[in-house]
Design a protein around this ligand. Structure first.
Ligand code: SF4
Ligand code: SF4
Length: 308
């Protein structure tokens, strides 16, 4: 049983994500088993399949938190992004979770289809006390398909859309202030320290959401063996080095760089991501009127885990 192996290896947290985890025919059984073992459980869901059975389950056996992806600020933009007429249903489910005090975060991917209304819904949800984040980080699909980038705003547009609002400025500043001046994750750091392992329903183990090319079957290897084997496969690749142009960058303290993202968008784990370079530069200019904390005030970021 996989959970036995996870326990034996010392893992304490599990994130159920997808696709859509609630669509798995045995999700309830799997969730209950993980919950009874005391795993700290997070669920990433689109909030659509949250039927009464799931609601009852999560009220009795509460996850650490649920993150709902909300794809539009109105029924129209939601439908434009997803093709489905489910905005009201998802909003009702978000409110249900909030009213029943299940720890909840709402993430709203910022796309051309929803850019005009996403701030509005964020404000409405926040006025109810629901934590919301507009996500401007739109990344090519795991299979390398870059179609989604057609709907990503340019860095200039993102800064125009997400700033000019004092509250957002201050949130961003607070986030920056918590970050150390040098925080870049190199691919080697990801392999050796981050290790947010992903296990697919077919029992293949991968390093993380974005590094999926290397994969080891847990049908053939035990979990500790598979981790070692996959780490070796990754370490022997040519581009797994400590070298990266980004390590010389003065803006790395505020750049959400991710080597897996770099690989998907630029073809190499160590390449700067031009979209991020421009976005980070614009943000830095935007905040330059506020004095940044000194590095001694900020501390260092060693041991920081992957937030993706
Ligand atoms: S998601 Fe990105 S930062 Fe996290 S481990 Fe994977 S490549 Fe590294
Ligand atoms: S992606 Fe660009 S901004 Fe980010 S750390 Fe690399 S060089 Fe700097």
């Amino acid at each position: 049983m996989l959970f036995d192996q996870l326990e034996a290896c010392g893992f304490r947290s599990i994130l159920f994500t997808g696709g859509e985890p609630l669509a798995h025919p045995r999700f309830m059984q799997i969730y209950e088993n993980a919950w009874q073992r005391g795993f700290i459980i997070t669920i990433f869901s689109n909030g659509l399949l949250l039927n009464n059975e799931y609601k009852e389950l999560f009220l009795k056996k509460r996850p650490a938190y649920i993150r709902i992806s909300l794809f539009g600020g109105t029924a129209e933009s939601y439908k434009e992004v997803t093709g489905g007429d489910y905005f009201t249903e998802v909003i009702n489910n978000i409110i249900f979770l909030h009213q029943h005090k299940i720890t909840l975060k709402v993430k709203m991917p910022l796309l051309r289809q929803n850019g005009n209304d996403i701030k509005n819904i964020k404000q409405k949800l926040e006025s109810l006390g629901i934590s919301c984040k507009i996500e401007s980080r739109i990344i090519p699909r795991f299979n390398g398909d870059k179609e989604i980038l057609k709907f990503r705003y340019t860095p200039e547009e993102i800064v125009g859309l997400l700033t000019g609002n004092r509250k957002i400025n201050m949130q961003k500043l607070q986030q920056i202030s918590k970050e150390p001046p040098k925080k870049l994750r190199t691919i080697r750091y990801c392999v050796e320290h981050c290790q947010p392992y992903v296990i697919n329903p077919d029992l293949s183990l991968k390093l993380c959401f974005f590094i999926r090319e290397e994969s080891v079957s847990l049908r053939e290897y035990t979990l500790p063996e598979a981790i070692k084997y996959m780490t070796r496969m990754l370490e022997t690749q040519d581009d797994i080095t400590d070298e990266s142009e980004c390590l010389k960058c003065s803006r790395q303290y505020m750049c959400p760089y991710c080597p897996g993202w770099a690989k998907k968008e630029t073809g190499g784990y160590n390449n700067p991501i031009p979209f991020l370079c421009q976005l980070t530069k614009l943000y830095e200019e935007e905040y330059s009127y506020i004095q940044m904390p000194s590095s001694s005030e900020l501390g260092n970021g060693e041991g920081e885990k992957c937030q993706v």
